[in-house]
Design a protein around this ligand. Sequence first.
Ligand code: BG6
Length: 489
Amino acid sequence: MPFPENFFWGGAIAANQAEGAWNVGGRGPAKTDVTTGGSYKEARKVTWIDKDGNPHAEPESRRPLPKGAHYAVLDDFFYPNHDAIDFYHHYKEDIALFAEMGFKMFRMSISWSRIYPHGDENEPNKEGIEFYRNVFQELRKYDIEPLVTIWHFDTPLYLEEHYGGWENRKLIDFYAKFATTCFQEFKGLVKYWLTFNEINNTVMFLSLEQDVTNADYQRAYQQLHNQFVASAKAVQIGHAIDQENNIGCMICGITYYPLTSDPKDILLNRHNWEQNIFYCGDVQCRGNYPTYAKRLWEAHDVHLEITPEDMVDLDLGTVDFYTFSYYMSTAVTTHENNEKVGGNFSMGSRNPYLEYSDWGWAVDPDGLQYYLEMMNDRYQLPMMVVENGLGAYDTVEEDGSIHDPYRIDYFKKHVAAMERALDHGVDLIGYTPWGCIDLVSAGTGEMRKRYGFIYVDRDDAGNGTFDRLRKDSFYWYKKLIGSNGEELD
Ligand code: BG6
């Protein structure tokens, strides 16, 4: 029995990709609300108005808007996150379906701007708190343990516009206040928390972008430092409010391989692990910057504003457990003329041993085993895989059934990989596949990139009834959970 008896089988979503109700119940806007739909080939666009009143729609940029410009919802565009899958009004029905599958854990996030619409108010929005309390109570009704991400890519738009986002240290306190409100209001209902979703994306994505300057690295590393401190403060506050709280980090887990055995590729690969994966885990699990941080900063002439109090906070605010998303591996090389693959998130060299999804993501269950075993050694903390899954096109048959053997096959292989890691002594305590119910893709804004065990009738143009349908994988996952991981077939 490799899976422990109380293993947390479940699923995961995020507020901005599922809730909808973007301007309902006193909620303020977030960046995703001014972001259009896109596709594998075409990047999502952020819409804004310049100081002379001219509208713009441009691929999302790490750089601030020009002076005098402001984000805006424009008439001619469709914004998929506005309604998403309307979890806001369907949560009871959805949770009943999760319970039917036998979920022990449900990972979701709290929309910051539903609690603090601007982010800098003194008092929280009561309606927002009430919504989440109802959701947590509904989960408890079925003995489903909530796992709550405090920040999942959705800083209130007001903080982006008026404070310049995470580059500004003031956000540390605004976030700490938001987290405090969550810990206080949901005490007793929530015991498992994650401070920041895929915190490493900030720097990791830079290595995938074109025309990146040292100034971009300076901004990214400073934003990240401010988030590290905010996370460490949240961990301390959460523990002080309730000793029962378990607070974890969440890393975008990509397994890096060298494409060749050229020692230069081996070294490049190691440096990729350091910059893109280890850097954040090391700070959040060990409470200090690693030795190689100096090398990473020097490479881009980065000079961080770090106070002595920050270092105390980092030391006192280490996380209780390590979580990560895992979808794919990637291969890196110093050699020219190799075949590149992937869209968002996954640019790298084509690995000839692997198959790729329709969105160019390498399917690699062994990479999951590799990642689990490596991180188990590195941090010796309990771990959870809090995102994993296959984004794929699904077809609804005339009788309403959805046959998704490709998804079942993907999960089977990844569950088997977790089983091997457990067998080798890895302290894995939970698995919450991504988009357990179809939702809006973060990378492309599409609905047709579907991950769910549950299908949602909604398309990329905003048509559909929001009806929920069980896919074949729904029944497969139910059986798997019911047998605690034994019945893979
Ligand atoms: C992770 C994010 O990066 O990957 C999720 O935490 C996201 O928010 C998921 O949805 C899958 O990516 P995508 O682009 O297919 O939605």
